[in-house]
Structure formats: C-alpha cells, structure tokens
Design a protein around this ligand. Structure first.
Ligand SMILES: *Cc1c(COP(=O)(O)O)cnc(C)c1O
Length: 419
C-alpha cells in the first residue's frame, strides 16, 4: 500500500505527537470520531466566550464606539495578517471578508482586467462547483462570453503539467485551479504550475479551501498572483465563517476589483461621491464586515500561534498513511494519490453504495462524508485527531463494509443523515 506498515502502535505515535496538546483547544462530542473537518471544522473551546464577549460587551456596552475602541474596523485586515503565515504570505496581502465564492468573483475579475488584451480563462472540469459557476459569471456564460471571453477546462483525468501546458497560450489571461482537489484530495505542485502559467504570461488564482490550515502553503515563494480560501474548514472559524483573499503586493496599485463598495474606498468616512480604491489590500473589501462571524474566526486563529506547519504536514501524512494501510484489506479503489507530494489531508475511497456505507458509519459515530456518486470522503485534521482516533475510524469502516450492515433498509434513505 502507501508505505511499510508502521512498527509503532497508534498509542505510541500519539505519545510522541508534537501536536497532541492542540486537541484540548476543541470541543468534540463524546463518542464521535470526526473526519469531516475539511467540510466544517470543529468548535474551538474559546469561541463561545469570544462571541459572547463581542455581543455582550463590545456591542451591548460599547455600541457604536466599538468600531474604533474594540478594533472592529481593523479586523478584516488584522485577521488577514494572522492567516498570512499559514499561507506563506508577508503581511498586508491577505484580508478576511465575504465568502470564497464572492472573493473568487473579485479576484478573477481583477485578474482579467490586469490582462485586458487576453480573452481566455483556464480552469478545471473537476473543480468545486462554485469555482466553475463563478467562472461562468465572470466571463458571462460557459462558452463564448459577451466580452469575447472564452473558458477552457482541464479534463478530470488530466493531471500532468503537459496537459495544462497544452491549454495555455498567448491569449490566456487567468488560470484558476484548486491547490487540493475537494473530491479526490489530489495536491497540485503550486510552484511548478504557477511558473508554467507565468511563462505564458497568464496570472494565477489558487483556491486554497482544502489546503489552508491543512498543510504549509507558500504563496509568496511561488510568486502566486491571487488566492482565496475558506474560513470554516481547516481554519475552524464556524459555519459560514468569512473567507480570505490574497493579492500579491505587486498587483495592489493596478488591481481593480468589481465590487467597489465603501469599505474598499480609500476614505470610507469621507462620504465622497466617487469611488477611490484604498491603497493596499483594503481595496478588496466591499461592505460592512460581519463582526459576529469574524469573532468566531478570530477565536479559532489563536490556536495556530504555536503550530509548526511542517509538523502539521508530517502528522497529516502519517494519519492518511495509517488510514490507507488499515483500510487496504477492503480492496476499495483509492481516489487519493499515494505519493505524499500529491496528497492533501484527506482520503477518498470509492464504493458503489458509498451513501449507505457512510450513513452506517455515521450511525457508529464516525463522521466522514459522501460525494456523489460513489465517493467516501474522510478529512484528517491534525490539530484534533489522534492516531488512535484514526485507527478506530478505519476499524469501523472495515466492520461496516465487511459485515454488509450498510445494506439494512434504514441506510437506503437518501434523505438521511449524510451531508
Ligand atoms: C468549500 C469550498 C468553497 C466554498 O465556497 P463558499 O463560497 O464558502 O460556499 C469554494 N471552493 C472550494 C474548492 C471549496 O472546497
């Protein structure tokens, strides 16, 4: 399988785990093994108190004074600077705002406008639907858009740099790709892909939804132009937490994002008639930030302060290796690449009745998810999963598949508990 069976037991691996103290920072229900942190991260212990503080003290007592006194006004930029080290960005290039979808619209449009003489947007067929749909929205259709824009998509089975190279040319304005594929967990070589796109004169937008907080990302080192990512997956900001947006400093002066709201204005409180963009990353803001939601993300980001991202990556790979080894006897097709440099922090297995299998697994307290038509998806969050958890989850999957319990009629209901 993916590696030699490890000699150490899960308990020994847990005892030697440099991240084992992070588990105490999360609330997880008794009897649940949570392998879905790639969809909705777990609740940090400090979040309820921080949200309550914002509501009761900053809002209730401070009222409008809190915009300045509690630092509300600076929070989108301040939280951006706290996410920056997780994605390899120097300060002043990341801002927290809106949803990933809205941020995609902003950076894709800004990137197209930075290459006005070019008409092609390249992306991938297998990408998360919102990314595909937003490319349609940005160019005005799936085919030939009204401004003469066209979209080209890399096929689902095309993973090589050569295949990508064949789609890029002197008319390519922007390349949008996911760093880690949401369905398969495949990790792309950010440095090589970015370099390839730049060789064709195109700008690159990376979707980091499944990599920020899951593995080290090196946006500045790779010379990336723009990136977006999610606040509620591996960053644990809470359901619907605001997303983040990265724009390399070299693009700040010229970048025009289309959602020119007052929070992106150079002087929002001058109440001018015309729009003048803020000088730095602030020009990517649009409207009033959702403070209650930002407070949740703010509490969650504190957990990262002492985390060594190389240790996080090592543990993530060790957890996925362990799960792959222990579930190998099932003989299920593994969609996730086995070479570590091509693997994110998840394992996807195929089973013809994946929906029923996942429902049976969830009944046993092992929460992963199902992606149509036949994918069992398991996310591995190194901050709160132990090796013992992963071994127990793998055992549960082996029992569910081996015993055939998933055939019982109660698991057949597609309206059931599977998310
Ligand atoms: C989760 C996810 C999103 C989510 O976008 P929202 O605007 O938060 O709904 C976008 N892209 C990818 C690749 C994702 O995995």
């Amino acid at each position: 399988m993916s590696s030699e069976p490890t000699a150490a037991t899960p308990a020994e691996l847990d005892a030697a785990d440099p991240l084992r103290d992070r588990r105490e920072h999360f609330v997880l229900p008794e009897g649940v093994l949570y392998l879905d942190g790639n969809s909705l991260g777990a609740l940090p212990v400090h979040t309820p108190a921080r949200v309550a503080e914002l509501v009761e003290r900053e809002w209730g007592q401070g009222l409008i004074r809190s915009w300045n006194e509690a630092g509300w006004y600076d929070l989108p930029r301040g939280l951006g600077d706290r996410i920056a080290p997780l994605v390899g960005a120097a300060p002043g290039q990341v801002v927290v705002c809106d949803s990933t979808s809205v941020n995609l619209f902003k950076v894709l449009t800004a990137a197209l406008r930075l290459r006005p003489e070019r008409r092609v947007l390249v992306s991938e067929e297998g990408s998360f639907p919102t990314d595909l749909y937003l490319t349609e929205g940005v160019i005005g259709g799936a085919g030939d858009g009204p401004g003469g824009y066209r979209r080209r998509l890399l096929g689902r089975e095309e993973h090589s740099l050569e295949a990508l190279d064949a789609l890029l040319d002197a008319d390519t304005a922007v390349l949008l790709l996911s760093h880690v594929d949401y369905r398969t967990g495949r990790l792309r070589d950010m440095a090589a892909v970015t370099e390839l796109a730049h060789r064709h004169g195109a700008l690159v937008v990376w979707d980091l939804c499944h990599s920020a907080g899951a593995l080290p990302v090196r946006l500045d080192d790779c010379g990336v132009d723009f990136a977006v990512g999610c606040g509620y997956k591996y960053l644990n900001g809470g359901p619907g937490a605001p997303a983040f947006l990265y724009a390399a400093e070299r693009h700040h002066a010229a970048a025009e994002q289309p959602l020119t709201g007052w929070f992106g204005h150079a002087e929002p409180f001058a109440f001018e008639t015309g729009y003048r963009p803020a000088p730095g990353i602030g020009r990517f803001l649009t409207g009033t930030p959702p403070l209650l939601a930002l407070a949740g993300l703010q509490a969650a980001l504190g957990i990262w302060e002492e985390v060594d991202l190389d240790a996080l990556r090592a543990k993530s790979l060790a957890l996925t290796d362990l799960f792959l080894d222990l579930t190998a006897p099932l003989g299920l097709e593994v969609l996730t690449p086995l070479p570590p440099e091509q693997r994110g922090s998840q394992v996807s297995l195929r089973h013809p009745q994946a929906r029923a299998v996942m429902a049976a697994l969830i009944e046993r307290g092992v929460i992963g998810d199902f992606r149509a038509p036949d994918v069992l998806r398991f996310g591995f969050t190194p901050l709160y999963l132990s090796y013992a958890d992963v071994a127990a989850a793998a055992r549960a999957l082996c029992e569910v598949v081996g015993s055939g319990i998933w055939r019982e009629p109660r698991f057949a209901d597609p309206g059931g508990a599977v998310t």
